[in-house]
Design a protein around this ligand. Structure first.
Ligand SMILES: NC(=O)c1ccc[n+]([C@@H]2O[C@H](COP(=O)([O-])OP(=O)(O)OC[C@H]3O[C@@H](n4cnc5c(N)ncnc54)[C@H](OP(=O)(O)O)[C@@H]3O)[C@@H](O)[C@H]2O)c1
Length: 300
C-alpha cells in the first residue's frame, strides 16, 4: 500500500472506527461482550402491565429469552406467560408477590433461583404519587419507598452475589426515571426514590464491572402505561412514549450493558440540556406545567 493510501486508511479509521468504538466503550461496559439472551432466564418484576409487560414481550419475541415474571396480579401474569409461550416458544414462569414486603422479596429470589439458572434481572416494579407532596399519606409513602427503594436494594443484595458466582457475565438493570436525574415537583417523593436508584445503580456499575456483572440504570421520561393513565396526566400525555418503543430501547441498553440510558432522542437531549441550563429555571418550568395539568384536571 502506498504511503498516501496508508494515511488515508488511517484517517478513515480515525474518523469512523477507533475513536467511535472508544467513545462507545465509555457508555457501555468495557471488556464485556454484549449479553447473549437466547434461551437464557431473565427475571422481570412488574411484568403484569406497562413497561414491564413490554420488556417481557421484547425479551421473548426479539431475543428468545426465557422469563420469570413477577407482580401481584396472577391472572395478568398467566395471560402473558401463555401468550409468550404460544407465540414465541420460550418458557415463562410466573411468580406472584407483593414486593413491598421484604419476606416476599426474599421468597421471589429463592423461588427464582431454586431450579432456574438466572442470567439476568430487570427490577422494574414501581409506583408513583402525582399531586401535592402533602397529599401523600404516610402509609402510601411507606408503600412507595418499600417498593421503589427497599425491595430493589434487597433483591440486588441477593442477585449480585448469585450472578457473580455463576461466572457467566450476567447483568442487572434497575428501572429508575428521568425524575431520578432531575428533581420533579408534584412527584417529589417519587423523584427522590428514583434518584436513590440512579446513585445506587451507578455506584454498583463501577463496583461490579471488575467482578464480571454489568449493572445498567435505565432512566425513561414519561411512558404511556397504567401509571400515567389518570386524568392528572391529561395535559402531559403528548409527551408520553409508547411502552413498546421504550421497552425495545431498554432491552438494547440492557444487552449492550449501558451505564445509564435514557430512551428517545428528545428525552436524551432534554436531560443533556438540564446540565447546561440553571437547574432552578428548568425545574421551575416543569413545576408550572405539572401545576397547570393538576389544576385543570381537578376542576374538570
Ligand atoms: N410511566 C411512566 O411515565 C414512567 C416514567 C419513568 C419511569 N417509570 C418507571 O417504570 C416502571 C414501570 O412503571 P409503569 O409505568 O409500567 O407502571 P405500571 O403500568 O403501573 O406498572 C407497574 C408494575 O409494577 C407492579 N407492581 C406495583 N406494585 C407492586 C408490588 N407491591 N409488588 C409487586 N409488583 C408491583 C404492577 O403489577 P401489579 O399491580 O400486578 O402488582 C405493574 O406490573 C416503574 O418503576 C416506574 O417508576 C415509569
Amino acid at each position: 500500500m502506498s504511503s498516501p493510501d496508508r494515511w488515508l486508511g488511517r484517517a478513515r479509521s480515525g474518523i469512523s472506527g477507533l475513536p467511535l468504538k472508544r467513545f462507545r466503550a465509555l457508555a457501555t461496559s468495557p471488556g464485556m461482550k454484549p449479553l447473549d439472551l437466547t434461551s437464557r432466564w431473565i427475571l422481570v418484576t412488574g411484568a403484569s402491565s406497562g413497561l414491564g409487560r413490554e420488556l417481557a414481550r421484547v425479551l421473548a419475541r426479539d431475543y428468545g429469552a426465557n422469563l420469570l415474571v413477577v407482580a401481584r396480579r396472577r391472572d395478568r401474569l398467566d395471560e402473558l406467560a401463555n401468550e409468550l409461550e404460544t407465540k414465541h416458544g420460550v418458557s415463562v414462569r410466573a411468580i406472584t408477590a407483593d414486593l413491598g414486603e421484604i419476606a416476599q422479596v426474599d421468597r421471589v429470589f429463592a423461588e427464582a433461583t431454586l431450579d432456574t439458572p438466572l442470567y439476568g434481572a430487570i427490577l422494574n416494579a414501581g409506583i408513583t404519587h402525582f399531586g401535592n407532596w402533602d397529599e401523600l399519606g404516610w402509609a402510601e409513602y411507606e408503600r412507595m419507598y418499600a417498593l421503589n427503594v427497599t425491595s430493589v436494594v434487597r433483591m440486588t443484595t441477593q442477585l449480585l452475589p448469585y450472578l457473580e458466582q455463576r461466572r457467566e457475565s450476567g447483568a442487572l438493570m434497575l428501572v429508575s426515571s428521568m425524575a431520578g436525574l432531575v428533581p420533579t415537583p408534584y412527584q417529589t417523593a417519587y423523584s427522590a426514590t428514583k434518584a436513590f436508584l440512579v446513585h445506587y445503580g451507578c455506584g454498583l456499575y463501577h463496583e461490579m464491572l471488575p467482578r464480571g456483572v454489568s449493572v445498567t440504570t435505565f432512566v425513561p421520561g414519561g411512558i404511556r402505561t397504567e401509571m400515567t393513565d389518570g386524568a392528572a396526566f391529561n395535559d402531559l400525555r403528548s409527551w408520553l412514549m409508547p411502552a413498546e418503543r421504550c421497552a425495545r430501547e431498554a432491552i438494547r441498553a440492557f444487552r449492550d450493558r449501558e451505564y445509564v440510558y435514557s430512551p428517545g432522542f428528545v428525552y436524551r437531549w432534554g436531560s443533556a440540556m438540564t446540565r447546561f441550563l440553571p437547574q432552578r429555571f428548568f425545574i421551575g418550568r416543569v413545576a408550572d406545567q405539572y401545576r397547570r395539568s393538576l389544576a385543570r384536571n381537578r376542576s374538570s
